[in-house]
Ligand binder design. Sequence first.
Ligand code: ADP
Ligand code: MG
Length: 379
Amino acid sequence: MSAVINENLAPQTLVSLRNLNKHYGDFTAVDNISLDIQDGEFLTFLGSSGSGKSTTLSMLAGFETPSSGEILVSGKSLVNVPPHKRDIGMVFQRYSLFPHLDVRDNIAFPLGIRKQSADEQKRKVDAMLKLVQLEQFAHRRPAQMSGGQQQRVAIARALVYEPRILLMDEPLGALDKKLREDLQDELRHLHRRLGITIVYVTHDQEEAMRLSQRIAIFSHGKIVGLGTGYDLYQNPPNAFVASFLGNSNFLRAKAAGHAAVQFEEQSLAITPTGNLQSGQDVLLMLRPEKAQVLLPEQAQQTPLPAGWNEISVQVSEVVFLGESLTCSVITKGGTRLTLKSLSGSQQPLQAGAHARVRWAASDACLYDTWNESDLKVHH
Ligand code: ADP
Ligand code: MG
């Protein structure tokens, strides 16, 4: 009995990318990607421009042919299946709707190609107009609508023939921030109602966080991080992901046993880690909101909890951001850190003040290998 229940709950793989490569001449755009996409999930490819997201998506859609590797849907190879037979819908950033057709005819277009009856087409288009809340715009042409409305038409057109998988490549990239956030909420709700599988491409980390159940982080044609936004943020698998997703402080230190590091002539506790050689270079990563900044007299009155670290710093700048406050500090050894707290949650600090920075050892991440370029990621 329980085995059956577990089987029902286990996520099913719908799409498998296996050792997928795409070369343009001697340039590698997609570098040996392997990834399982679950049936019904909302997965986002997140990465800076040129990292291989669109090329990977295009191979899945069938617009690009892999140089090598496999794409399986429900275990069957897709590589020789033409795009229109893949049961996949696609929405691009600048999906030009047919300008001479009204909204209704734009949405009906894929059904016409598939030779569905007029009744069937009407029923499906009506359902789509309702889904994207454009019933009252059915007879407008694209030029008579806003960018956000046009993109909703493009989404309806991609969904009308009920594909199992919807691919979206920066579909909201051309819209302004407020509208983008509204459409992100709509898309999330749409996904929940339809239960289809969505693979979404963006370079915007906040968008990826807002929309997705899982995020695949791309860099130089590879997937360098895969997981929920929460896990990737709280426990980045490497310094690149730590640096790319959110803000991070890096402290250069040397291993000292398996539960401590030496940082600027001070010993700091770390979460116990195996296979560290004493003296080897390590990197501690601390998220800005994981640390507390205290004035020296506050620190004196508040004992340091067990398992916490404290370092002395000088405040270089405090910036009030409304709901939060960022505080830039510098250590005696010249390491700069940026810390963040909710405004009102602590005493205001002045630039120039001496202060103490505290954090729980378990809140810092430790890396023993990294590239220097990983620490200065440009979004
Ligand atoms: P992203 O979508 O992450 O911005 P792309 O997948 O579009 O990145 O591109 C990845 C890399 O492949 C880029 O460096 C891009 O210049 C290169 N590239 C993409 N398409 C072609 C092509 N048709 N010919 C040559 N290089 C290409
Ligand atoms: Mg792209």
